[in-house]
Each structure stands twice: as C-alpha cells, then as structure tokens.
Write a protein that binds this ligand. Sequence first.
Ligand code: MBD
Ligand code: FE
Length: 282
Amino acid sequence: STADETATAAASGAAATERFHHDKSPYDAVKDTPKERVDLLARAVLDAIHETIRKHEVTYDEYNALKAWLIQVGADGEWPLFLDVWVEHVVEDVATADRQGSKGSIEGPYYVPDAPERGADADLPMRDGEQGTPLLWEGGITSTDGTPLAGTVELWHADADGYYSQFAPGIPEWNLRGTFTTGPDGKFRIRTIQPAPYQIPTDGACGRLISAAGWHAWRPAHLHVKVSAPGHEQLIAQLYFPGDPHNDDDIASAVKPELILSPVVQDDGSARIDYGFALDRR
Ligand code: MBD
Ligand code: FE
C-alpha cells in the first residue's frame, strides 16, 4: 500500500464503529432492555469496579490514566475492537451453553453483511495473484441429527498481510468475503488462501493498553464463518490452523480445540480442508 494508504487504528476503528451502528441498531437495544435488568447489571459492573479500586488501592494518578485511556478508546473508534477482543468470548460462552451442534466462537468487529453470492462450489472473491497458501475447503451443513441442510456459509477473513477488506485501505471492497449457498445435499466447496495471523493495531488505545500491560497483540490466523439454514440456529464460528503459535494465547480468547482444522498438504502445495457444520434445530 502507498504512504497515504497506511492501515491506522483510528481508520479501522472508525470503520468498525460505523459498521456496528449500521448493522446492530444499538439505540433500539438500549431502549428495549428492561429497567430492572439495566439496574441489576449496571450495579454489578460498578460494584466490581469499586471492589477492584479498594482491593488494589487505586490512586488518583491511576484513575486519571484510566479516564484518559477510556476517552481515547472512543476517539480512536476502538470500542468494537476492545469489547470483541476482551469481553465477547464470555458472552458467546453463555449464549451457546446449551448448544448440541458444532462449536462456535465470537463474531469480532469485521463482519460485513450481504457479501457476494458465489453458489456452492466457487472461489472466495480475491485479487489476481492473491498471496497466501491456496486452500481447498470441502464440507457440508447438516442438522444435529445428520440431515443435510440447504443453507448458507458466509466466509470472511484477513489476507496474507493480516488485513481485512473494508477495514484497511487499498483492498477491493469484497476481497476475501463471500456467501456460499448449498443445495439440498448441504455440500459446499470453497477455494481461498490461508490468512496471516492478525495483530491488533499498535497505534491506537487498545495497542496502548497492550504495550502498557506488557501483553502481546496477536490473534492466531483464522477464518470467520456464519452458517445459516431455515429452522435452525445460526452458527457463528472461527476456524484455526494447527501449529499457529497463538492458538494457545489468543488475545481474544476465542480458540477452542474443536475449531482447529486438519489441513492436508497436496502435491501442488495447496492445503485441503474437510470441515462441516451441524446446526441446532430452532
Ligand atoms: C479480529 O480479526 C477478530 O476476529 C477479533 C475477534 C478481534 C479483533 C480482530
Ligand atoms: Fe478476525
């Protein structure tokens, strides 16, 4: 990318914040949350903060450092990033505790709805000469009882530099984003490339927290999916690659053993993946 097209925390944060406002109608959600629930949860969170301050004898300097940092999270548009990296995994755990079908994981901040329709057997949209190990992914959608399902797999992932289209500059709009629709046999076959590990932007508020705390900024390489079929619960998941050094210390705590792929390297250097999804009946 060129000098005026550098991926900055503030630019990707602003795009993620705008995306959230557009897709999730947050003000309606606030309006619809019962007063009793807001009272209970707001008090529980404040109690936990007060307890932390007392227990660790937080100073005025530390309080003001926190205040400055929180203001900067908003200025950088990084609330979606912060919440999805450090909070969403617990919400996902609680929401899917009773699920019988395939394991899921967090959605994260970079999903875009209505990605181009590709049918059941196709390439993910990508540039000519898209970098990265070619992947051939074959799988199916079924109900938890094994019945094949006509449905959709929405797939999005970072490129071989770790960047997402529509959140980093200089990448075609729908690059590495697509919707695959299966027939009644539920089968799909997708060709894409293996993404790189993702590093949280180091030049924004989240990056400041990471360096101030002495943490690392990495997520392991991952594929994002949303899998849908009529009469079934939507599955949101991420899939990971064996041997990635960050499978064991993902900054977003979103890796589960069931989500690690077993790619088989082919003679031509591409990798073949066999991985399907079982959806719970609604
Ligand atoms: C990502 O790519 C991601 O998937 C999550 C959950 C958080 C930050 C960046
Ligand atoms: Fe991601």
